[in-house]
Design a protein around this ligand. Sequence first.
Ligand code: FAD
Ligand code: NAG
Ligand code: NAG
Ligand code: NAG
Ligand code: NAG
Ligand code: NAG
Ligand code: NAG
Length: 550
Amino acid sequence: MERGLWRFLKVLFVAAFAFHPYFCHAQKDPQYSFVQEATSAPPVSYHSYIVVGGGAAGCPLAATLSEKANVLVLERGGSPYLVPGKTDKVNFLIGLYDTSNESYAQHFYSEDGIFSHRARVLGGGTVINAGYYSHADPKFIEETRLDPALVKDSYQWVEKKLAFQPPILQWQSAVKDALLEAGVQPFNNFTYEHIVGTKIAASIFDENDHRHSAADLLEYANPGNIKVYLHATVHQIIFTTENNGSRPRATGVIYVDALGVKHTASLTKDSTSEIIVSSGAIGSPQLLMLSGVGPAPQLQAMGIPVVVDQPMVGQNMADNFLNGIIVPSPLPVETSLLPSVGITQFQNYIEAWSGLNMPPFTGPIRKPLPPLLNQIYTEARKKVEPYPNTTRLQGGIIVQKAGRPLSTGYVELKSTDPNETPKVFFNYFNKTEDVDMCVRGMETVIKVVNSNSFSKFRFTSVSTQDLMNLTATITSNVRPKHFNTAMSLPQYCKDSVSTFWHYHGSCQVGKVVDNDYRVLGVDNLRVIDASTFHATPGTNPQATVMMLGR
Ligand SMILES: Cc1cc2nc3c(=O)[nH]c(=O)nc-3n(C[C@H](O)[C@H](O)[C@H](O)COP(=O)(O)OP(=O)(O)OC[C@H]3O[C@@H](n4cnc5c(N)ncnc54)[C@H](O)[C@@H]3O)c2cc1C
Ligand SMILES: *[C@@H]1O[C@H](CO)[C@@H](O)[C@H](O)[C@H]1NC(C)=O
Ligand SMILES: *[C@@H]1O[C@H](CO)[C@@H](O)[C@H](O)[C@H]1NC(C)=O
Ligand SMILES: *[C@@H]1O[C@H](CO)[C@@H](O)[C@H](O)[C@H]1NC(C)=O
Ligand SMILES: *[C@@H]1O[C@H](CO)[C@@H](O)[C@H](O)[C@H]1NC(C)=O
Ligand SMILES: *[C@@H]1O[C@H](CO)[C@@H](O)[C@H](O)[C@H]1NC(C)=O
Ligand SMILES: *[C@@H]1O[C@H](CO)[C@@H](O)[C@H](O)[C@H]1NC(C)=O
């Protein structure tokens, strides 16, 4: 009798706890028990490794470290598992232009007038990106001096969870044939490898067009050894400097949860403990600078105490420019994202997508079209459910990037607020070689668009020049346009430039970190993510970022 009552009270107590709104909110991630809101974190905790940023590099890194040690991941965004369908292939652009407070993309304009996006979600860029999955070019692996056998194993570890062979339907089949017609030879079929010619690339979208992401790599984690806090924005890395003149040593971080409450995570005293910054090409240099590691004059101007004067932090930021041609189609097209790809002798990479849901055509980002183009473009957009005001593009875009642009810019602090995107300058087309590369790439894109294989997807009344005009008009950048006369290709490159989102170089190996990715001048601190790259690995970086994390 007494035992029965006790049991009853216990059940009641547990139920009250579990269904209390605070704990429902705080404790439940649909995917993982160890992923929780930072509001449920203790004021102070101790860990062998603290990973700042649960993105493309941070997730595989943390899963790997948890095999043998206690790991904490602090991610400023939320869970990618809450809204089914939100990150499906067809919604790629809708997601990017989502301006709600639940958006996985943080928007910004670069100093050179490019509208762009930064991931803010567990899984990072792999939750908002175009899904294209391919290995680095062999030259990149050589230059980074990574162990080739380990590289191969690590790619495979990633691929077991999230690489798929995409279908090649009408539009992508025409793109493939058009590339071959344009001379991007030979055909290399489906492969992960980076080889000159035309190939079919892998994708992190599965056969049902559902996205898989770096967050799925946390399935490999040892649940007893890892904690992931969401909406946990790291404000600062803490350093100590002993009076005996030793180097500054990272000892912990301060992070802030969704309710604005501060927490401290500290390293345990064992000799291997470290903080690893995996906050991406924009976030990593920003956090180093906010913590006192960066160019001294810039830090002093912001009132930040200098821990180490490191002039190279944030310098050499680069992006691969994206230029292309939008092609509205008289025929229906499938929904596709980038499977057919051309890798030219000159290392221009040509990719294409089609049939995606379009973001709203209003607001500061979009401008009205000239009447002829407006009519064609509107004809080519069809209403789709379930989004009442969403239209799907009947048509697509052929885009290209240069493998290794030479122009570089910087990341500099705009304020001491870690939530604000710092000043980002890519300095597109600063070097004339980059303009030449773009012109070469555009020449191939034009050949593709004008090829026999592609003719069934063209309105006969619309010239290629019209299409270029359309593309330059609706490109979401705020750069001056020069299309009163037929545009020259160099001018077209500059006017219609977008980002390929392949930011890299702001915490480069040899400049900010050593060959083991340790931050120069301090102890117990590394950076592991795309900011360490001196070039984009191959056509697209995500496979290599995740491989590096592993
Ligand atoms: C729109 C878009 C399309 C792309 N398309 C492709 C593609 O098709 N194929 C491809 O290979 N690559 C693509 N990429 C590039 C690829 O996604 C990135 O190269 C990759 O995600 C970079 O990984 P990262 O780990 O360096 O940074 P991220 O993946 O961005 O991870 C950084 C993480 O750190 C978190 N963070 C930042 N600051 C803090 C802080 N202070 N505290 C806590 N957390 C913080 C961020 O929220 C984020 O989750 C695309 C990228 C974008 C944005
Ligand atoms: C977004 O705003 C809605 C409505 O104001 C609120 O209920 C929700 O909690 C917010 N979400 C985030 C992640 O801030
Ligand atoms: C490409 O590979 C597929 C199997 O994946 C095969 O059926 C096809 O014949 C190959 N095509 C060429 C041109 O090699
Ligand atoms: C300074 O002190 C720390 C800890 O007290 C010690 O580990 C380190 O070796 C010392 N460095 C020098 C240069 O004496
Ligand atoms: C859809 O668009 C119409 C007109 O453009 C507008 O009046 C309406 O509010 C929009 N509905 C939604 C749900 O955004
Ligand atoms: C290239 O960039 C540098 C640094 O911003 C600038 O000084 C120079 O004028 C630029 N050159 C050209 C040709 O734009
Ligand atoms: C391009 O569009 C502009 C208006 O947006 C127009 O003035 C110009 O004549 C067009 N050029 C060509 C070659 O169609």
